[in-house]
Design a protein around this ligand. Structure first.
Ligand code: ADP
Ligand code: MG
Length: 479
C-alpha cells in the first residue's frame, strides 16, 4: 500500500512588542521569575485588559504580507481551562472572528520548484506562564513573566505532503516574520514554535485520514524528525489492522518518539465566549494603509525580482532571500562583481555559506565583505585567476589578508595567459614523458588529463586550463 502524508501546522510567533498584549508589563526575556507579571497578567479582581496597539499593527503587517484580508472587525474570546500557569482560568484568544483571514505563501523545494501553501487564518492571543518542573525538589514552580505575552497563531491549510515541505514552510514563515519585524524568531527562547498535525491516507484517496497533533516543537530539525516518526507510527498502526485515534502527542527529542498526551475524548471543552472586558477590534482602511506603507519588500517579491533581475533559479533566489541581511549582502556583492550575478550567487550560497556555517557566524558577521567577494568574482570573470585559485584567494580574504587584488599580487597568483610561457612548460613535459605521449597518440585519450595535470602542477595551478588544453592538443598533433 502506498501512503500519502498530509500535514498542517499551527505556528505560534511571539510578537516583538515592548509590553504585553493587555498590560504594561515588560515582555523582555530572562528576568527573575515573577518580576514582570502585573495585576492584569495575574488576573487579580477588578482589573481590566487594555489592548496593545502594537500587537494589532504587527498582526496587520502579517496579514498584508500573506495577501490575506485583515478583518475590519474581529473579536477576542475567552478560552476556558484550568492550569497552574494560567491564573485567570482562561486565556484570551480569538476564535470565530480572527484578525487575519485566508492568505498564502510560497515555499521552495530542494528540486528547485515552488509550491503555494494556504494559510487558513492567524489570530491574536496571550501566552500562558511557565511551569518549572526541574528547579525544585518534589515541587513545581510557576513563573508568570510570560503570561500575557502577545502571540500570533498562524494556522496553515493541510497542504504539506512531506516532512521536508513542513520544514520548508516553517522556515518560510520564520523568515517572513523576521522580514516584517514582528517576531525575533528566537526558537531557543520559545519565540517561535509549532504544533504539527499529521495524518496519512492511501494514495489516491480524497478523504483525509485521522490526524494526530504533535505539540510544541521548537526546532526545524525536531519538526522533521517528529513528523517522520509519526508517519511511520501511523503506517504501522494502519498496516497492523488498527486505527489512528485523534489525539495530542508530545515529541520526545531525547528518545526521538512521540507519546500520547490526551485523546479526543479527554480533550478540553474550552467553552469559548466573547470576552466581555474587551470591545470588538475594528481596523479601518486608513489604518491598514499606514501599516502597508511601512512594509519592506517581502520575501516572495524579492525572490521573484532576483529570478528576473539576476537570472537565478527559484531555489537559489529562495535561499538568497531567506533573510533581509543575506539578500542585501548578495545584492551588494552582485553589484561589486560586475556582470556575474550567477557566479556571485554560487559563491555566496557555496563557499561563503559553508565557512559561515562552520564557524557559526551570521552573514552580518562575515569576515569577507560583499565588496570583497564581488572583487574576487571580478577577477575570476576577467580570467586573472582560475576558479580553483579563487578558493585560495577566498580563504586568504577570510583570514584577513586583504582584498582579492592585494592577495593575488602578494602571493603571485595571477593566471599565466602568456602563450609562450605555457608552451615552454608543455614542451618540457612532452619531452620528459615520451612513453605517455606514445600511448596518447595511440588513442589513450584519457592521458590528456595527466598532461593537463602536469602543466598545472608545474605552474602551481596558475596556467589557464582552457588554454593549456588547446595548446597541448596542438603540440601533440604536430608529433
Ligand atoms: P483544531 O481547532 O482542532 O486545532 P483545525 O481544524 O483548526 O483543528 O486544524 C488545525 C490544524 O490541523 C490546521 O493546520 C489544519 O491544516 C490541520 N489539519 C486538519 N485536518 C488535518 C488532517 N486530516 N491531517 C493533517 N492535518 C490536518
Ligand atoms: Mg489546534
Amino acid at each position: 500500500m502506498e501512503w500519502e502524508v498530509v500535514i498542517g501546522l499551527e505556528i505560534h510567533a511571539q510578537l516583538a512588542t515592548q509590553s504585553k498584549i493587555f498590560s504594561a508589563a515588560s515582555t523582555a526575556y530572562g528576568a527573575e521569575p515573577n518580576t514582570q507579571a502585573c495585576a492584569v497578567d495575574l488576573g487579580l479582581p477588578g482589573v481590566l485588559p487594555v489592548l496593545n496597539e502594537q500587537a494589532v499593527v504587527m498582526a496587520s503587517r502579517f496579514g498584508l504580507a500573506i495577501g490575506a484580508q485583515v478583518a475590519p472587525r474581529s473579536v477576542f474570546a475567552r478560552k476556558n481551562y484550568f492550569y497552574p500557569d494560567l491564573p485567570k482560568g482562561y486565556q484570551i484568544s480569538q476564535f470565530e472572528l480572527p484578525i487575519v483571514g485566508q492568505g498564502s505563501i510560497e515555499i521552495e523545494l530542494e528540486d528547485g520548484s515552488s509550491k503555494t501553501i494556504g494559510i487558513t487564518r492567524a489570530h491574536l492571543e496571550e501566552d500562558a506562564g511557565k511551569s518549572l518542573h526541574e528547579d525544585f525538589h518534589d515541587m513545581t514552580g510557576v513563573d508568570l513573566n510570560r503570561a500575557g505575552t502577545p502571540l500570533l497563531e498562524i494556522v496553515s491549510e493541510p497542504d504539506m505532503r512531506s516532512p521536508a515541505e513542513a520544514v520548508a514552510y516553517m522556515k518560510k514563515i520564520h523568515s517572513l516574520v523576521r522580514y516584517i519585524e514582528i517576531c525575533d524568531g528566537n526558537m531557543q527562547e520559545g519565540s517561535f514554535r509549532c504544533d504539527a498535525n499529521v495524518s496519512i491516507r492511501p494514495k489516491g484517496q480524497e478523504e483525509f485520514g485521522t490526524r494526530a497533533e504533535l505539540k510544541n516543537i521548537n526546532s526545524f530539525r525536531f519538526v522533521e524528525k517528529a513528523i517522520q516518526y509519526e508517519i511511520e507510527r501511523q503506517i504501522d498502526v494502519l498496516e497492523g489492522g488498527g486505527e489512528v485515534v485523534q489525539e495530542t502527542r508530545l515529541y520526545d527529542s531525547a528518545k526521538n518518539e512521540t507519546r500520547s498526551m490526551r485523546s479526543k475524548e479527554e480533550a478540553n471543552d474550552y467553552r469559548y465566549f466573547p470576552d466581555p472586558d474587551l470591545l470588538p477590534l475594528e481596523v479601518d482602511a486608513a489604518f491598514l494603509e499606514e501599516v502597508r506603507k511601512t512594509l519592506p519588500e517581502l520575501p516572495d517579491e524579492k525572490k521573484h525580482r532576483f529570478m528576473k533581475e539576476y537570472g537565478l533559479s527559484a531555489y537559489d533566489a529562495g535561499v538568497l532571500t531567506a533573510s533581509r541581511e543575506l539578500a542585501a549582502y548578495y545584492e551588494d556583492a552582485a553589484s561589486a562583481g560586475g556582470d556575474q550575478p550567477k557566479l556571485v550567487a554560487n559563491w555566496v550560497s557555496g563557499e561563503l555559506a559553508a565557512l559561515l556555517n562552520k564557524n557559526n557566524l551570521d552573514i552580518t558577521e562575515s569576515p569577507v565583505s560583499a565588496a570583497m567577494l564581488g572583487g574576487l568574482v571580478k577577477r575570476i570573470a576577467d580570467e586573472t585567476i582560475s576558479g580553483k585559485i579563487a578558493k585560495t584567494v577566498f580563504e586568504a580574504m577570510w583570514n584577513g589578508e586583504g582584498d582579492a587584488d592585494a592577495i593575488i599580487e602578494s602571493k603571485g597568483l595571477k593566471q599565466i595567459t602568456d602563450t609562450g610561457a605555457i608552451e615552454k612548460v608543455i614542451d618540457d613535459i612532452i619531452a620528459a614523458n615520451p612513453a605517455q605521449v606514445e600511448q596518447l597518440l595511440a588513442g589513450k585519450d584519457k592521458l590528456m588529463g595527466f598532461f593537463v595535470g602536469q602543466v598545472m602542477k608545474a605552474t602551481q595551478g596558475k596556467a589557464n586550463p582552457g588554454q593549456v588544453n588547446s595548446l597541448l592538443r596542438e603540440k601533440l598533433k604536430q608529433k
